[in-house]
Design a protein around this ligand. Structure first.
Ligand SMILES: [Zn+2]
Length: 193
C-alpha cells in the first residue's frame, strides 16, 4: 500500500500556491450514510495505490492508514442535525470538532477545509479580493465563536471543544487575513481616487 503524504503535494512538500478543495482527496459523509454499522470498509484511490481502512462504529469512525511510512489512526465523530423529518449526517473534524461533510487529507491528517487552509478554485480565479477576504474573515470569526462581529474583531475566549493549539493557529490566521484585507482596502481606495 502506498503511503499517504508522499509526492509533490506531500507533507511539507513544495507548495507553490494554496491548494484547492478540488484537488485534495477527501472522504464524504454521503459515502458512509448507509454503512455506519458495517464495521470495516476500505476506500482506495489513485488506481488503488493508496487506500484507507475505516472502521464504522455507529456514532464515530476510526480511520487507519499509512502516511510517511507511519501508521496513523484517527477518530472522527459522527454528528447529525434535523432536516424536516429526517436527519443530516456530518463528521466532526478531528482537529476543531466543527461539523463538516468532508474530511480532507493533506500531509498526514484528515481535517476539515478550514483546518487545512484549503480554498476553492473559483475563489482564486475570480471575484473581488475584498469580498473574498471578507467572507473568509467572517467564516473564521464564526468558527472562533464570534456571533456578529465587525470585520476587525478578534476573539478573546477559546470556544469549547477547540484545542488551544488550533485556537492560537486560527486566531493568528484571522489577524493575518484582517491585515491583508486592510491592505487590499487601501489599495482599492487608491485606485478609485
Ligand atoms: Zn477542522
Amino acid at each position: 500500500m502506498g503511503g499517504l503524504g508522499s509526492g509533490a503535494y506531500g507533507f511539507m512538500g513544495p507548495l507553490v500556491r494554496k491548494r484547492t478543495v478540488e484537488e485534495t482527496m477527501h472522504l464524504h459523509i454521503q459515502n458512509f450514510k448507509d454503512h455506519l454499522n458495517e464495521k470495516s470498509l476500505t476506500y482506495s484511490w489513485d488506481k488503488g495505490k493508496k487506500s484507507i481502512r475505516v472502521l464504522t462504529k455507529g456514532d464515530h469512525i476510526i480511520l487507519s492508514y499509512y502516511a510517511d511510512k507511519k501508521k496513523i489512526t484517527t477518530r472522527a465523530n459522527i454528528d447529525s442535525t434535523k432536516v424536516g423529518y429526517g436527519k443530516r449526517l456530518w463528521f466532526n473534524c478531528p482537529s476543531c470538532e466543527t461539523r463538516t461533510s468532508r474530511l480532507y487529507i493533506l500531509g498526514r491528517y484528515f481535517c476539515c477545509r478550514d483546518c487545512h487552509g484549503l480554498t476553492y478554485l473559483t475563489c482564486q480565479k475570480s471575484g473581488d479580493p475584498l469580498d473574498y477576504l471578507y467572507l473568509k474573515i467572517r467564516r473564521l470569526q464564526r468558527k472562533l465563536g464570534l456571533e456578529n462581529p465587525n470585520v476587525n474583531e478578534i476573539p478573546y475566549f477559546k470556544p469549547k471543544n477547540m484545542h488551544y493549539k488550533t485556537f492560537a493557529y486560527l486566531k493568528s490566521k484571522l489577524v493575518d487575513l484582517q491585515a491583508k484585507r486592510d491592505r487590499e482596502f487601501i489599495k482599492q481606495c487608491n485606485m478609485r481616487f
